[in-house]
Design a protein around this ligand. Structure first.
Ligand code: F6P
Length: 344
């Protein structure tokens, strides 16, 4: 169909064409929710209906798939949700789906509705499930990256990352106000599981003095020296943003060490937690989700399976699920130089 959406060259391994005609599709959200999942669901449902497909929603991710918690979706089922956080299809993490028996039962449930295409919106755990399912059964799956963590290869953005980072930025800006009023050091812990992208982006955007991420070894002595140097020049307000997965052990552990090494510093810890997962999705997340949801249905109709659709350099990119999970993004060392120089 006519569209101004540019499509990148499909990865050769990701084309995995299936020949049967797709008529009935299902969409589900799985793993941790992320802002923009609703926008993606809406796009899948409405694109499917546009193409005269029967569209089903699977409640509670793979857990609901195994139980047969599958509902028919109409255009109005997704009205007034593009601006809402969370997921109207609910989500869950399913241990049963790790097992072949669980996946077999899920397949049987999908077959009851003649479902012959599935769109999975989730993170790496969800893609592992989709990959195994794709290898065992004849229902093609397309993955869309829906996670605040941005820990997936084959895409510049994941649905929910931008909103989560903006939430963290807003919170850290507020923390800096009170840190400034009291001349305090704040150690702020952000989410990201074992990835440091939320920390990196929110830290740079708030002028954090230090950013600690799992992708880079934390040198606490360097931080102590920098804090002491700052103190000598009367700079007493400092913010350290710590990714929850940092090998040093999170904000409380960093605080404990710094209190020992620089006892006179007035230190507070703030763990932002699940606030980062909620809220109305940003414009960027809504647009990405809409574009990817649209592309997912078109891909199923083109006969694709077993791939994740991402956006790289503003082009759609199709990555085999196994690569999306396996290849982690790296954080360029330059980002830490930028942080150090700009926060001095
Ligand atoms: O993967 C998203 C995420 O929010 C991570 O950043 C975090 O480590 C984890 O999920 C928290 O999971 P739960 O909501 O199960 O506590």
């Amino acid at each position: 169909m006519a569209s101004d959406i540019k499509t990148g060259t499909p990865d050769s391994n990701a084309s995995g064409k299936t020949m049967s005609k797709v008529t009935n599709i299902a969409v589900l959200t799985s793993g941790g929710d992320s802002p923009g999942m609703n926008a993606a669901i809406r796009a899948v449902v409405r694109t499917g209906i546009y193409h005269k497909l029967n569209v089903y929603g699977v409640m509670y991710g793979y857990k609901g798939m195994i139980k047969g918690d599958i509902i028919k979706m109409e255009s109005k089922s997704v009205a007034n949700i593009i601006q809402r956080g969370g997921t109207v299809l609910k989500t869950a993490r399913s241990k049963e789906f790790y097992e072949y028996e669980g996946r077999k039962e899920a397949y049987n449930q999908l077959k009851k509705h003649n479902i012959n295409g599935v769109v999975v919106i989730g993170g790496d755990g969800s893609f592992k499930g989709a990959l195994a399912f794709n290898q065992e059964f004849d229902i093609p799956c397309i993955g869309l990256p829906g996670t605040i963590d941005k820990d997936i290869a084959g895409t510049d953005f994941t649905i929910g990352f931008d909103t989560a980072v903006n939430t963290a930025v807003e919170a850290i800006d507020k923390i800096r106000d009170t840190a400034d009023a009291h001349d305090r050091l704040f150690i702020v812990e952000v989410m990201g599981r074992d990835a440091g992208y939320i920390a990196l982006h929110s830290g740079i955007a708030t002028g954090a003095e230090h950013i600690l991420v799992p992708e880079r070894k934390t040198n606490i002595e360097d931080i102590v020296s920098a804090l002491q140097a700052n103190e000598r020049r009367q700079k007493l307000v400092n913010i350290i943003v710590v990714a929850e997965g940092d090998a040093y052990g999170g904000a409380n552990e960093v605080s404990r060490t710094l209190k020992e090494k620089v006892p006179h510093l007035d230190i507070r810890v703030c763990i932002l937690g699940h606030i980062q997962r909620g809220g109305s999705p940003s414009c960027i997340d809504r647009v990405i989700a809409s574009r990817l949801g649209f592309a997912a249905v078109e891909s199923l109709l083109e006969g694709r399976s077993n791939c994740m659709i991402g956006i790289v350099n503003n082009l759609l990119q199709y990555t085999p699920l196994e690569n999306a999970i396996k290849d982690r993004q790296k954080i360029d060392e330059n980002w830490f130089n930028i942080t150090r120089i700009l926060a001095s």
